[in-house]
Design a protein around this ligand. Sequence first.
Ligand code: PLP
Length: 458
Amino acid sequence: MSEHSNELTAWDRDHFFHPSTHMGMHARGETPTRIIARGEGVYITDTNGRTSLDAFAGLYCVNVGYGRQKISDAIAAQAKNLAYYHAYVGHGTEASITLSNMIIDRAPKGMSRVYFGLSGSDANETNIKLIWYYNNILGRPEKKKIISRWRGYHGSGVMTGSLTGLELFHNLFDLPRAPILHTEAPYYFRRLDRSMSEEQFSQYCADKLEEMILAEGPDTIAAFIGEPILGTGGIVPPPDGYWQKIQAVLEKYDILLVADEVVTGFGRLGSMFGSDHYGIKPDLITIAKGLTSAYAPLSGSIVSHKMWQVLVEGSDKMGAIGHGWTYSAHPICAAAGVANLELVDELGLVENAGSTGAYFRAELTKAVAGHRHVGDVRGDGLMAAVEFVEDKDDRRFFDPSRKIGPQVSAALLERGVIGRAMPQGDILGFAPPLCLSREEADIVVKAAAAAIESVLGK
Ligand code: PLP
């Protein structure tokens, strides 16, 4: 390690407050610091010269892969020409206006406007405010509760941390959980009654949702939020018929549907949006990650015609909407977004996510599903997960303190591939850049099989 790398490591331990990191262990030097220096295609390289195939695309966001000149040129040109102007009171830039047009062009039917933010979390905060504003304009001040799902991930802000259905994100934070409710996770592999078919389990989830709505009072429930496929909660595709059955319940009680497409938006499932992929008809869509492939921070709330018309009515009564971020529609981020979406089209990445994703998941299944400690291999498009169990026949899970998932992901890293130990359960997740080739998929599969064997035996 160079002297400067040693110095950076010391500064890191002493001054850098890392997100989602064990603070004490890191400060004491008990967990590694890895300083990433550059990236190219699906590979990243650290300051020690160690290169890894990033099969999680950062945090499932670097969809076009690393080192794309087209995007860095667009960012540089925008920074030089006009680094910033705000978007308040009708101001825009060529980049932000063009990008909003490109998004609505690609979005599922019925979408009208994009409100830009900087992160998935702030976009979901915007969504909650819009939902409450909407129901106030409609004269329904009681209709305010929002139903999320256990294992859903919607951010870690004050309200969005409450929406998230993972305990780690709630513990000790005193989040205002009151207007947020959590219903059953659509997690077929972990269903309690194992005699249920997928369709029956979907019906069970819809029944549980309806029970909750009736117990709370339908007039108090404003919206339901869900990721088309559960992401951070375990990379779990919806069971057969799930979204159709859930939407029937929401329609019955006039409840808005928010599709959180922060991970699935712009191609990850082999369709431009997860909503189109699974037949979801949302009233709001959350977008972030794939919008710029993380070359610059940018998110959005896509608002449907149905909601937009009511919001317009609101401003006719109340004046300008009192909601804004300084950096909303930041021109540099918007320029990155325009170049990124053009690149997604030029390289055919949505199609590649579908075809290479199917190949990758089939090869992964062939290589590891027969292992005695692999309970489930699942996914859709370029999202995949391997779930480990202590006993396959009676689906007994490992004691979480054994940290099997983190051990396997560490063993994978030693073999030159990055996968993610998902935070709840022993689950190894994959979400590589959408430009992954079949040869690169083979490298990931081979390393995954070897890593599993090294931790759990043959
Ligand atoms: N929604 C989903 C589905 C996510 O996966 C994430 C982040 O992983 C978020 C929201 C929050 O996004 P951010 O981390 O940009 O705030």
